[in-house]
Design a protein around this ligand. Structure first.
Ligand code: RB5
Length: 142
């Protein structure tokens, strides 16, 4: 189950992400926002981060205008490793090296075609489980 959250800046791109997930038969829970009306990204970042941190959802996708505010907020929640990605190399590396559990996207920065490729790579790339990465991830929480 993938937890989804965005603000007004990310709403339009999120509709494209939802269409992609439905086309791929990937289950998701949408924590909002549900319109383009101005809203506060921390509200949705926290909903998604808690759903992932508590194990209700395996991963999350968060979108705001830049991806910055929403990822900063998500990373305040213990156990969350939210990665703001604007390219496929970073999306692959953050899954393999950081076991990132939330992907953040900036809808005003990254075009929809690239953003959907990033989503695909992020969801399909497993954590490497290499001991050096396991050790470093444990150090994040210490
Ligand atoms: C909203 O205008 C904008 O500040 C928000 O989407 C995001 O970019 C914050 O980091």
């Amino acid at each position: 189950m993938i937890a989804l959250g965005c603000d007004h800046g990310g709403y339009s791109l999120m509709q494209e992400v939802i269409a992609y997930l439905e086309q791929q038969n990937i289950a998701y829970e949408n924590f909002g926002t549900y319109s383009q009306e101005s809203c506060d990204y921390p509200v949705f970042a926290k909903k998604v981060a808690h759903a992932v941190a508590e194990g209700k959802c395996e991963k999350g996708i968060l979108i705001c205008g830049t991806g910055i505010g929403i990822s900063i907020t998500a990373n305040k929640i213990k156990g969350i490793r939210a990665a703001l990605c604007g390219d496929c190399f970073s999306a692959k590396a953050t899954r393999e090296h950081n076991d990132a559990n939330i992907l953040a996207l900036g809808a005003r920065v990254t075009g929809p075609g690239l953003a959907l490729e990033i989503v695909k790579v992020f969801l399909e790339t497993p954590f490497s489980k290499e001991p050096r990465h396991v050790k470093r991830i444990a150090q994040i929480e210490q």
